[in-house]
Design a protein around this ligand. Structure first.
Ligand SMILES: [Zn+2]
Length: 81
């Protein structure tokens, strides 16, 4: 009698002990993620470079970033950033 109840307990125990198969990335997935991350980083730098041009609020002319006044109408350039 005692042995049967003991075996029942030991049988039900392992089911609860089962480890949750957590979030596991394979090596190729990690590599892909890294490449994706670098791509996003590069894209952000590229977008920032493109956005450095200053647009005149008066005439809308695109001026180079070092310019303080508009090349076309000489109005002071406002930098949004
Ligand atoms: Zn202008």
């Amino acid at each position: 009698m005692n042995q049967t109840s003991l075996s029942l307990e030991s049988q039900s125990a392992p089911a609860k002990e089962a480890k949750p198969s957590g979030f596991y990335l394979q090596s190729w997935q990690k590599g892909g993620l890294l490449v994706l991350l670098l791509g996003i980083l590069y894209l952000r730098i590229w977008v920032r470079k493109q956005a450095k041009a200053v647009y005149c609020s008066h005439c809308g002319k695109k001026n180079p970033p070092h310019q303080n006044t508009c090349q076309k109408c000489a109005a002071p350039l406002m930098r949004v950033d």
